[in-house]
Design a protein around this ligand. Structure first.
Ligand SMILES: NC(=O)c1ccc[n+]([C@@H]2O[C@H](COP(=O)([O-])OP(=O)(O)OC[C@H]3O[C@@H](n4cnc5c(N)ncnc54)[C@H](OP(=O)(O)O)[C@@H]3O)[C@@H](O)[C@H]2O)c1
Length: 321
């Protein structure tokens, strides 16, 4: 099959289109013929091997999985002997390593039926963002109707879904993003949109019941200033440095949380079908939709990744296989 391959960690130039063997299908796996794959920061981290800390899992010197890509949508081509409830030919979407290829094999527990309301492109960009966004809003933020929720990084992949999920939960949502994302955040339904280049949302003049810090660079003490006395802070992301990716903020929050009245939480999103089923309900109810950006053919994956790294695209980037 045709696949995008990388034999070393690095930038877009490490990616080449090659013919490789189809992945083996394990007992609990589904083999999916990929129609579209998402180009996102998740894939970027696996590709660059940064923050370096993650190489403990992905391969110290070279990537263990040569084919990048984590989010996809497509049709089931084969199923392992232990798989139940998924049939060949079914349209699915989900998460799996090696999605930048004609076929990807992944455990059954990481895929769900593709909602009929979504095109393959729309479905392909959702899993990576939705795992983090839904689990941040529902499981860790425990957002309730009427609560004031602040989403930092609201125009990005995860943040734009988090805004919609929090709105669907009945919250009053304030979105924080740069000048380019203002319109998108408003279109996602945010009640208030703050431009972080013009306003300091941590000046202490406004307080929120829940803060979802999706694009984390703001120090914990400043985030706490914007949090209600018994508010909940959920740290989703951090891109601060190449070694541990800003993990110092996460560690700081974990150490501090038992000693303060505010709840300070960090989490690593779980790739599971349960979250995708919850997402399907929100999509079917018209409460969540992704905003698509440019699309590229599979063989132009390097260009697609370069566009993501340049930060020049508005909306999610997708590869068509
Ligand atoms: N915990 C987990 O398991 C998990 C799962 C998935 C992702 N993540 C992490 O979540 C983070 C976000 O990922 P993403 O894919 O959503 O990224 P993304 O698509 O690049 O979005 C980044 C967002 O952050 C905004 N932003 C940039 N600088 C900012 C600043 N100084 N203050 C406030 N907002 C700022 C951007 O707005 P403008 O473009 O308008 O400036 C944009 O809205 C990443 O660190 C990723 O690694 C964590």
């Amino acid at each position: 099959m045709k696949a995008i391959v990388q034999d070393q960690y690095g930038g877009a130039s490490t990616l080449t289109a090659q013919d490789v063997a189809r992945p083996a299908v394990g007992d609990d796996d589904v083999l999916v013929q990929v129609v579209a794959a998402g180009v996102d920061r998740g894939a970027l981290h696996f590709m660059t091997g940064r923050p370096y800390l993650m190489r403990l899992g992905t391969g110290l010197r070279v990537p263990k999985v040569r084919v990048p890509g984590v989010s996809f949508a497509g049709r089931v081509a084969a199923v392992g002997p232990h798989v139940a409830g998924i049939v060949v030919g079914e349209e699915v979407y989900g998460a799996g390593r090696g999605a930048y290829a004609e076929y990807v094999a992944t455990p059954q527990g990481k895929v769900a039926p593709k909602p009929a309301e979504l095109s393959f492109e729309e479905a392909a960009v959702l899993p990576y963002a939705a795992f983090a966004a839904l689990q941040a809003v529902r499981d860790h933020g425990r957002v309730r109707p009427g609560e004031r929720v602040l989403v930092v990084g609201a125009s990005g992949a995860v943040g734009s879904i988090a805004v919609q999920v929090a709105e669907a939960a009945g919250a009053e949502v304030t979105a924080v993003c740069g000048p380019r994302g203002q319109r998108l955040a408003a279109e996602m339904g945010a009640d208030v949109v703050i431009d972080y280049t013009r306003e300091d949302f941590t000046d202490g003049s406004r307080h929120y019941d829940v803060i979802l810090d999706v694009f984390g660079r703001t120090p914990i003490r400043r985030l706490r200033r914007a949090l209600a006395p018994r508010g909940r802070l959920v740290i989703v992301g951090g891109e601060a440095d190449r070694w541990i990716g800003g993990l110092q903020r996460q560690l700081g929050a974990m150490v501090l949380s038992p000693f303060v009245r505010q709840s300070l939480r960090v989490f690593v999103a779980k790739e599971n079908a349960d979250t995708l089923h919850q997402l399907n309900e929100l999509v079917t109810a018209g409460q969540v939709r992704p905003v698509l950006g440019p699309s590229y053919p599979l063989v132009k994956a390097a260009d697609a990744v370069a566009t993501l790294q340049a930060g020049s695209a508005s909306g999610r980037i997708v590869l068509m296989v």
